[in-house]
Design a binder for this molecule. Sequence first.
Ligand SMILES: NC(=O)c1ccc[n+]([C@@H]2O[C@H](COP(=O)([O-])OP(=O)(O)OC[C@H]3O[C@@H](n4cnc5c(N)ncnc54)[C@H](O)[C@@H]3O)[C@@H](O)[C@H]2O)c1
Length: 337
Amino acid sequence: MVSVGVIGCGHWGPNHIRVFSQLANSRVVMCADLDEARLKAVKAMYPTLETTTDYHVLLARPDIDAVCIAAPTKYHYQFTKEALAAGKHVLCEKPLAMTAAECVDLGAFAEKCGKTLMVGHVFVFNSAIRWVKEYIDSGELGRIYYAHSERTNLGPFRYDVNAMWDLAPHDVSIFDYLLGGEAVGAAARGLKCLGNKLEDLSFATLDYPDGRLVNVHVSWADPRKVRQITIVGEKKMIVWDDLDALGPVKLYDKHVERTTKFYESYGEFQLLSREGSIMIPKISAQEPLKAQGQYFIDCLEQGRPPLLADARKAASVVRSLDAIQRSMDQMGALVRI
Ligand SMILES: NC(=O)c1ccc[n+]([C@@H]2O[C@H](COP(=O)([O-])OP(=O)(O)OC[C@H]3O[C@@H](n4cnc5c(N)ncnc54)[C@H](O)[C@@H]3O)[C@@H](O)[C@H]2O)c1
């Protein structure tokens, strides 16, 4: 049984408390938050849970094996380093840190301490995203031409990081996972429209190796909650919609053929669209946060590196986010990664 402490009990931390309380081989012993009201709310749900306003008290507890960090992003590096130094395994929310160098440093420090360090790239534990990955790897989609994602809503707003640093880690971690590598360039525009001195939205285009182009649009200033990805392949096309009640994945048996048969007079070849059925695969739903928590506990119990979401993956994502930010700062200039 792995004993877990959770730092940060705001909007998201209680979900980690629930997950680690529900898993068969973990339990939550203590949680920390500066805000007494948040601790009171959590205590009302989990009466046996110990609480503290000083996370150092939690880190000093010898009976706590692992720490989950759900505090604001600006603290992720510091809290993760302190938790590792205190001899704890760490699951830290995304992004792991604000620079790739910090992610690399944390990875090396975790190795030195002999502790498991994992980042909460929760969508790589989403069963529909896993299904899409398997489908891409089977070759059935053919060469991927391009993909685009939309992650929008009205709020929630943050005051430590902009909408891009808050939301795009999800999409970048998904595309790194699906495309099996890291972006090599970024060009992006952002807009500060709500008066909070932070970008409230961004439109980012990422270059992945082999000419694959990916666009990521995030916003917390949008009328609709949207969680969608479209992937256009040479043989088929996929739309993932996390909020679609019919099922999260639609597989379009559509593609474009080049022919010289019918229109010789118009040039060398013509493009013909080929349209077949649209299939909704049956994908068993498992809560991604629970799957992520289980993977973390399994890795630390079995001494396995958490390859799906380790410090190296965290650094790749942060490198892309940093390039997107630098491009936004330069009004869309191409930034090579
Ligand atoms: N994976 C996901 O889908 C997902 C969803 C939401 C949030 N998150 C991540 O979770 C983290 C927290 O997000 P949130 O929405 O819960 O934010 P939040 O602002 O609602 O909660 C953060 C909490 O941390 C507490 N805190 C701040 N400083 C602290 C300190 N020194 N010691 C102890 N507690 C402290 C605050 O009092 C607050 O209650 C962020 O990094 C965010 O990116 C991930």
